[in-house]
Design a protein around this ligand. Structure first.
Ligand SMILES: [Zn+2]
Length: 558
């Protein structure tokens, strides 16, 4: 959230001007501040150094190398990295307490940061090491013109001169404390690019989904091990100070059939009168104990874990034994649609039992329950335990009537949309039960636009024009005091993901400006037709068929 404090700007201008006159005898100051501008690089050379505190944490050190790398890429100037330099011409990284201004320093851990000029010093200061890295990327994006638009594909302009305004005071603070990206499918190369993009766009929770829903050769912990994640993925996460949210659909990750079925078929679902490994028998207290023990074992060897999942199987199978059936207070249809009965009370009782055991060992790590499919409904008789985090997944918004106004074409608070109204009412019931709550969204799905005909048409179908809805949704979630948002990144529709990152930082931004900013940075000479294309898609989402020729025309121009 940008707060342009005019008072601070005036103070800073005054201070900068004063320091300019005082320091006129210093040659390097004259160079840096000549003409009311601050000269960072001139003709490919710089008098600046990058300064970090002694014994700086990993994200601060990484931030210094990133600044060095991108200034070199832009201008070929090589800035040395020094410890605690008090010199004038430095880019100084460190905690907000290092600022002479009393700003943000009462809110550690909230990922706020400052980008400030102080004489010829450029200070990039965070409320924690991770947000110092955010400050570095923010600075590079805003003042050097870099762009972090797509994972693994940075925009880096070339210029042998880099000049900045002499007085900068930027105070940034996120609107949501949990800003996540669901890494599914988890594959090493893609996930490494994704977490690089996450840090550059100020997200903080990397959600690894190993998804052991069914028996299979490479799922669950075997997938985590296959990529040697402890040696490859975790160091990259730690370097950026990002949090680890682990699991996905994990009933079988924590109670794997290949390990337990033969000896304990009673741990698994009774379906059609037979014990089968399609789901767990969640009324069995031993199953809760085994799941908790295996989750504890995972955290012991992966102590970076901040949130751990206990999600139902993605196939949505349920045990039919008498004890499991008794866990539901009464038969009721789920709001998900169809004739399926809700299983929310059963599933929340199970996650509570596991969280209770798990919490004895790791009380600060949250156990994540996904309100999804037949457990989307708020439970009637059961309340999530204090160490349970609820993710709310309104997935049917994306699978609704194709090309219509429904689902993701209007915000969740649209009272005229039947599906969204049902989701909103249920969300409100959940919010009465717990504040440990986040939206698990599907801003990357594209099915709503219908089927494809030609190849070009197919490419066009991959766009899912819901930027306006995302702006409205995020604004509303913020207004309701919801603290977290996540999305899957399955198809990675480029503009949606860029807008997602920007809106979960500050939902008050204009979506039109977000689209314009993206087109300006990413499309070069094709900026104008691509902007028209994206705006036409947004406007045409309700009448897709009649406007598709127009949108294809813009693509052909671009
Ligand atoms: Zn059962």
């Amino acid at each position: 959230m940008t707060r342009n404090h005019s008072f601070n700007r005036v103070v800073c201008l005054f201070v900068s001007s004063l320091m300019f006159f005082v320091a006129c005898s210093k040659r390097e100051e004259q160079n840096a501040l000549a003409g009311g501008e601050l000269t960072l690089v001139e003709n490919g050379k710089s008098s600046y150094a990058i300064s970090i505190p002694p014994n700086a944490p990993a994200p601060t050190r990484f931030a210094a190398t990133e600044i060095q790398k991108y200034i070199r890429s832009v201008s070929e100037a090589e800035l040395p990295i020094q410890e605690n330099s008090a010199a004038e011409n430095v880019i100084a990284l460190g905690p907000v307490q290092n600022s002479k201004y009393h700003l943000l320093d009462e809110h550690p851990g909230e990922d706020g940061f400052l980008v400030i000029t102080n004489g010829s010093r450029i200070e990039l200061l965070g409320t924690n090491p991770r947000s110092e890295l955010y400050a570095a990327y923010w600075f590079l994006e805003k003042y050097l013109g870099c762009g972090w638009l797509y994972p693994g594909d940075d925009v880096v302009p070339k210029s042998e001169n880099i000049k900045l305004p002499a007085a900068i005071v930027e105070i940034e603070k996120p609107s949501f404390s949990y800003r996540a990206l669901m890494l599914f499918p988890y594959s090493l190369a893609r996930s490494l690019q994704d977490i690089d993009w996450m840090a550059k766009n100020c997200l903080n929770y990397a959600h690894v989904a190993v998804n052991s829903s069914r028996e299979g050769p490479v799922l669950g912990l075997r997938l985590w091990d296959k990529y040697k994640s402890r040696e490859t993925f975790i160091p990259e996460l730690e370097k950026r100070g990002l949090n680890l949210h682990f699991g996905g659909h994990t009933y079988f990750t924590w109670v794997p059939p290949e390990k337990y079925f033969q000896e304990h078929p009673e741990y698994f679902s009774l379906i059609g009168g037979k014990r089968v490994a399609k789901s767990l028998c969640i009324s069995n207290v031993d199953v809760a104990k085994v799941a908790a023990e295996n989750m504890i074992d995972f955290v012991k060897s992966n102590p970076e874990t901040d949130v751990i999942d206990l999600w139902i199987t993605d196939a949505d199978d349920w045990c039919e034994c008498a004890a499991c059936r008794k866990m539901e207070p009464s038969a009721r249809h789920t709001i998900q649609g169809g004739k399926d009965e809700s299983k929310s009370d059963s599933a929340v009782q199970f996650v509570n039992a596991v969280a209770n055991e798990f919490g004895k060992k790791y009380p600060k790590i949250l156990v994540n329950f996904l309100a999804y499919s037949r457990v989307i409904d708020a439970p009637i008789r059961t309340k999530p335990a204090p160490n349970v985090l609820v993710g709310y997944a309104p997935i049917s918004r994306a699978y609704n009537k194709r090309g219509s106004k429904e689902g993701y074409y209007s915000p969740l608070y649209d009272n005229t949309d039947k599906q969204n109204r049902a989701y909103l009412e249920e969300m409100n019931k959940w919010l009465n039960l717990t504040k440990n709550f986040y939206l698990y969204d599907y801003y990357t799905l594209w099915q709503s636009l219908g089927t494809s005909r030609s190849k070009l048409h197919k490419r066009l179908m991959e766009f899912f024009p819901i930027i306006e809805t995302m702006g409205q949704d995020t604004w509303y979630y913020r207004y309701r005091g919801i603290s977290g948002i996540s999305t899957e990144q399955f198809d990675w529709p480029e503009l949606n993901m860029y807008a997602y990152a920007h809106l979960i930082w500050d939902p008050n931004q204009s979506v039109q400006q977000i689209i314009e900013g993206y087109c300006r940075k990413y499309y070069g000479a094709a900026e104008a037709p691509m902007l028209s294309h994206w705006l036409a898609l947004e406007q045409a989402k309700g009448e897709w068929k009649s406007r598709s020729a127009e949108c294809l025309g813009y693509i052909e121009q671009a």
